[in-house]
Design a protein around this ligand. Structure first.
Ligand code: 4AD
Ligand code: MG
Length: 433
């Protein structure tokens, strides 16, 4: 008996035609007629049809094929032939078929409600669509790391339980830390700023938490956050790294994973068009543009989904909006000495209405400037003492940014909702499964 299991993808690539193979996997679909069972099998690499014919296999093998239903686990041996009518263009003519585990009838059938599919997410993850989305997500994170490592960044790990917020108090999750008030981190940035004095160019890829009280298509309560931070880099240099990084991963995904993109309905050409430099627009110019489009803009406020969609309409690449008003952004952003009231920051807005994928800025690196800003924001210096300390010893100009992995997945795959960009989404009122 063959003990080497062939991945289904190898058959679909035409490498096994005419050969005897042994595969293992799960029943994806089954149809029977007369003395034949057509069992479509999936493994992690693809799906293929196995034709199990009564007089071509043992009685036991035919009985096993008879018994199986959707999601039963099986092994199947047979000869590969090309068959235009079969899904994927190949078929295995079975010489043996064996049931590993029958299981119970699978609860997910066609046309289930969104809520039901979220309740059964642990099973729905086996669908071809979610399987392919998670593969694309994996490729994206590999390419991001690849870009950063090849540009001499170090990957470090921040704490997840913290004493103070980074992005304002309204979205903090409380943690009772042996009686002490603590929080789940909103961002590892403040810790990244400690890392740069030893490692200069660092990044972290870790979960961030936001107690988002609203239901939107782009907010999660737990998301994966890629945060690079660089010593000796200003806001302009920060934007350059971002556009190069984003272009690198888009190009690579489009060139190396075109079939995966197509299977998810994304035209790879859309991502091939993502090349540096990205257009840049100041916050004030953006406000003027929005008003020209008939949208009412209150100067001083951050943009919402509608404004971001309007600003990127018709664009093929993302857009940087820089120099937001100080009051609309976080306390650590450095005010532009040449434009008082506005900070050296930029949000990167993805095209096609996907909105903000990156928030970045130059950080305040002067001690008294930081202390003054924290007073204005009424932040307790004692909670941030260590962070303030970083400005006492060897402070240097520095910048960094945060990229929401699920936002990137949503945009690059053109998904309707961010919940499908992560295996087990944590959204308003959902922490199960
Ligand atoms: O703009 P944000 O809040 O910036 C920070 O947290 C900075 N400390 C990052 C840094 O400079 N190191 O978040 C950064 C990015 C956003 O642009 C967005 O992509 C993502 O994190 N993000 C979310 N993604 C999903 N769900 C949410 N609720 C998100 N909130 C932010
Ligand atoms: Mg932001």
């Amino acid at each position: 008996m063959l003990m080497h299991f062939t991945p289904i993808s190898s058959i679909l690539e035409g490498k096994e035609t005419g050969k005897q193979v042994l595969i293992r996997g799960w029943v994806y679909r089954k149809r029977s007629s007369g003395g034949m069972h057509f069992v479509v099998i999936r493994d992690s690499s693809g799906v293929i049809q196995c034709a199990v014919k009564k007089d071509a296999v043992s009685e036991k093998a035919f009985g096993d094929a008879e018994k199986t239903f959707i999601e039963s686990s099986i092994t199947c041996a047979g000869t590969v032939s090309e068959d235009k009518r079969a899904p994927g263009g190949f078929e295995i003519k079975a010489t043996d078929f064996s049931l590993v585990y029958l299981g119970e009838p699978f609860p997910i059938a066609k046309d289930q409600s969104v809520e039901f599919l979220l309740d059964t997410r642990h099973l729905w993850l086996r669908s071809q669509r979610l399987t392919n989305i998670m593969k694309a997500r994996d490729y994206l994170t590999r390419y991001l790391r690849e870009f950063l490592f090849s540009n001499d960044f170090w990957e470090l790990s921040p704490p997840i339980i913290t004493r103070a917020g980074c992005e304002g108090g309204s979205t903090l999750f409380n943690v009772d830390y042996f009686g002490e008030q603590a929080y789940l981190t909103q961002s590892g940035q403040l810790y990244n700023e400690a890392f740069i004095t030893s490692h200069e160019k660092v990044f972290i890829l870790a979960p961030s938490f936001r107690a988002e009280p609203s239901r939107t298509v782009r907010h999660l309560c737990e998301y994966w956050h890629l945060e690079p931070e660089m010593a000796w880099v200003d806001n302009e240099g920060n934007m350059k790294v971002q556009e190069e990084m984003i272009s690198y991963v888009c190009q690579k995904l489009a060139k190396e994973r075109a079939d995966l993109l197509k299977s998810l309905g994304r035209n790879p050409d859309d991502l091939l068009a993502v090349k540096p430099p990205f257009p840049r627009m100041s916050y004030l110019d953006a406000c003027d543009k929005l008003e020209g489009m008939g949208l009412k803009m209150e100067r001083g406020k951050d943009f919402g989904a509608d404004e971001e969609a309007a600003l990127t309409k018709g664009l093929k690449t993302p857009l940087f909006v820089h120099h937001y008003p100080k009051g609309a952004k976080a306390f650590y952003m450095r005010e532009d000495p040449e434009q008082k009231g506005y900070v050296l920051c930029a949000d990167l807005l993805a095209p096609e209405g996907h909105g903000e994928v990156i928030g970045g800025s130059e950080r305040i690196w002067d001690l008294s400037e930081l202390q003054k800003r924290m007073k204005e924001e009424k932040l307790e210096e004692k909670d941030y003492q260590w962070y303030v300390d970083l400005r006492r010893y060897g402070s240097v100009p520095h910048s960094g940014f945060g990229l929401g992995i699920e936002r990137l997945v949503k945009w690059t795959l053109n998904l309707d909702h961010i919940r499908d960009a992560i295996p087990f989404p944590r959204v308003l009122n959902r922490v199960y499964p």
